[in-house]
Write a protein that binds this ligand. Structure first.
Ligand code: SF4
Ligand code: MG
Length: 329
């Protein structure tokens, strides 16, 4: 599959009161045309920072991309001016977030906001933009689109607002849609509807999706391939089928084990013991060692590399690397 987005060795640093932290530490990932890639991990693993780095929307003065490449259609966007990036955002790439209220302007009517976006990106007349807005609201399954177009954001339910966000993103016909926990705040039924909608739009428009989520159910529904992140790094990468059938990394295995099993009496989610490491004080060896049930002496001394363990399947664990058993026999 031709790659639309190719991120290589991305490093993003943040200034904090206690010192500089490396929130993203050498991430590689790629998204093919029409493909959905999932980025999965617990909160604080660097998945949102990865997407903000790609969009160049890091908070000014606090976060910066310190190294790496973010190639979009073959061009390294890190070389682009802010002006060029502004035209890429929306036109070529759009983003939807968990809480649409933070991206919708509360004082403007919905129709006007979508129309503005359409005008800005397509350079069409006011009248044409208004039609495009209503069309898009229809496309995202909003009943009585004219009425919704004339409403303010606070007059809509959470699910409706999320549809509006998707309409706003899709009216620009982006090649890549970055969705950061787009359904986390919604109830299960609405969540399923929104995911269906995204899949339909992807099919009809050929959009690639980068889906950021902590929810493996969403991954199973939506993704073709997945990268699992832990403590700012990718620890596993594979296709979605293999992820559920044959996860290699102990962290991925514990994420899967924490899912409630069908046909079991287990009522509560098992959680993974321990905490994500403090980024100001990263473990020397494997970053997962403090929580890993297989950790050996060597794991605390040597940092594993992300290694291909089977064709198309990568894992960052000494267990799967040659010679490991000699150390620990
Ligand atoms: Fe666990 Fe060692 Fe593998 Fe890290 S390298 S995940 S500590 S077995
Ligand atoms: Mg996040």
């Amino acid at each position: 599959m031709a790659q639309l987005l190719e991120v290589t060795n991305l490093r993003t640093e943040f200034k904090t009161a206690a010192g500089t932290i490396r929130a993203v530490d050498g991430v590689d990932l790629s998204v093919g045309k029409g493909e959905t890639l999932g980025i999965v991990g617990e909160s604080g693993c660097g998945k949102s920072i990865t997407s903000l780095s790609i969009m160049q929307l890091l908070p000014k003065g606090l976060g910066k991309v310190a190294a790496g490449e973010v190639r979009f259609n073959g061009e390294n966007m890190l070389d682009f001016s802010e002006r060029k990036m502004r035209s890429i955002r929306g036109n070529e790439m759009a983003m939807i977030f968990q809480e649409p209220m933070t991206s919708l302007n509360p004082v403007f009517k919905i129709g006007k906001q979508i129309a503005e976006s359409a005008r800005y990106h397509h350079g069409v007349s006011k009248h044409k933009a208004k039609d495009m807005a209503v069309d898009m609201l229809t496309k995202v399954g909003i009943p009585r689109p004219e009425k919704v177009a004339a409403s303010y954001p606070h007059e809509l339910s959470g699910g409706m607002r999320q549809r509006v966000m998707i309409a706003m993103a899709m009216v620009c016909n982006p090649k890549l849609l970055i969705a950061d926990e787009p359904t986390t705040a919604l109830d299960v039924t609405i969540q399923a509807q929104i995911l269906d909608l995204m899949r339909e739009l992807q099919k009809s428009e050929g959009t690639s999706i980068l889906m950021i989520t902590h929810d493996l159910g969403v991954v199973a529904e939506m993704c073709d391939r997945v990268v699992i992140m832990y403590a700012g790094q990718v620890v596993e990468e594979t296709d979605v089928k293999t992820l559920f059938k044959d996860p290699k990394h102990p962290y991925t295995q514990s994420l899967l084990a924490s899912l409630p099993q069908l046909n079991s009496d287990q009522e509560r989610l098992a959680s993974i013991p321990g905490q994500v490491p403090n980024p100001l004080d990263m473990p020397q060896g494997c970053r997962f060692a403090p929580r890993c049930q297989y950790a050996k002496e060597i794991c605390r001394a040597e940092a594993p590399e992300l290694t291909e363990v089977e064709p198309g399947h990568k894992s960052r664990c000494l267990l799967q690397q040659e010679g490991y058993h000699e150390y620990t026999a």
